[in-house]
Design a binder for this molecule. Sequence first.
Ligand code: EPZ
Length: 427
Amino acid sequence: MDKIRINGGRPLQGSVKVSGAKNAALPLLAATILAPGTYTLHNVPDLRDTRTMLMLLQTLGASWERSGGSLRINTSELTGAEAPYEMVKTMRASVLVLGPLLTRAGCARVSLPGGCAIGARPINFHLRGFEQLGATTHLASGYVEARVEGELTGNSISFDIPSVTGTENVLMASVKAKGITIIRNAAKEPEVGNLIDMLTAMGAKIEGQDTDCLTVTGVNSLQATEATIIPDRIEAGTYAIAVGATGGELEITDCDPSHLPVLMEKLRSTGMSIEAKASSIIASCPVNVQGTSCPLQAVDITTMPFPGFPTDLQAQFMALMVQCKGTSIIHETIFENRFMHVAELQRLGAKISIDGATAIVNGIDRNKLIGAPIMATDLRASASLVVAGLVASGVTEISRIYHLERGYENMVDKLRRVGAAIEQFAG
Ligand code: EPZ
């Protein structure tokens, strides 16, 4: 099993290119099921999760070929409507094939994703949305089976919580439903907007993009199309946080700063310089007369649905707060168990206490973090451990980095190119 070894304490300096967004690529890949034909998707990141989704599409009868960052996917012949447990257990976003299969084939059988390290991750909002569109769903031996006799029928659907994949799944089940579907308390994440752009290009009629109320007018047919995945805002935010932790300056290119409004404000509040350009962010730390990075100021965050502070950047931000002046209160409101990185950060010397959904981080000096062997537990926690390892003096070895490979394209290489002493090895 591969590990990452980091010799910390070096500033980051240079330019990092952001890849396509994992959390946009997954729904857009699932959307290729909706109508038969050949699709071209650009800027698709080559990740463990996108490879899993492509394997799932292949299981359903699709074929695909990659040429650089572009994929050509042919879904003309669908031979199945089942997502097997072996696949779904490695990536819960496999549930995103439920909506498209209901629209395309009138039925779907998908293994229940089960929980993961960060929480129970139920899909009750997805299933209730399908039922409100006229489908029947039932759970049998760990699988959810959804079926509709005849056509799906538009309805008014309200989410208790603005679920991102719930919104995406119900959207994909509503685009050919008879009549009008209104989705209230819909998620407004940029990745949902990317899906809406693709569905519109396929012939769907959707109003309310980027708002919490989507109105879908069912259409009779959809066509295969070409689409481009938006930049990964979580990857971009991770590198901006990393340079705050290590000191130095990074130009983070091929990103969309408008997707990170709160993160940029929070980083400015620490004392970092954050310059937003059309498609890049320049993030840097002030240096003192000795040329070393000035200590940053701790700030509080509360994770919220977009445009609030993203829960997917909470762990990484905590790794920055660990070595800021003062105390940071971090409140996690989206998932019930998203502090798995705390125990590992404490192994490096971090001073953190947890009170329910709140972490209290007592900042220590940058040079007080000491490298040690630590273990990744989930995707964003592993990114948090990399940030901390870049700062800790001495050697930090991170195990179970397959978590990292799910959502960060070539992270070790990208960090090495901007000065990090980092390597991946078979451990
Ligand atoms: C998406 O997950 C992302 N994944 C997550 O990113 C992200 O953390 C999350 O949205 C929140 O932004 C993808 O887009 C593939 P939710 P999703 O449904 O859709 C509860 C990463 O690291 N809920 O918005 O599964 C749920 O338990 C991953 O890239 C229900 O109760 O999240 C959570 O508390 C991690 N019932 C809250 O809603 C449901 O049917 C928000 O979850 C659905 C959700």
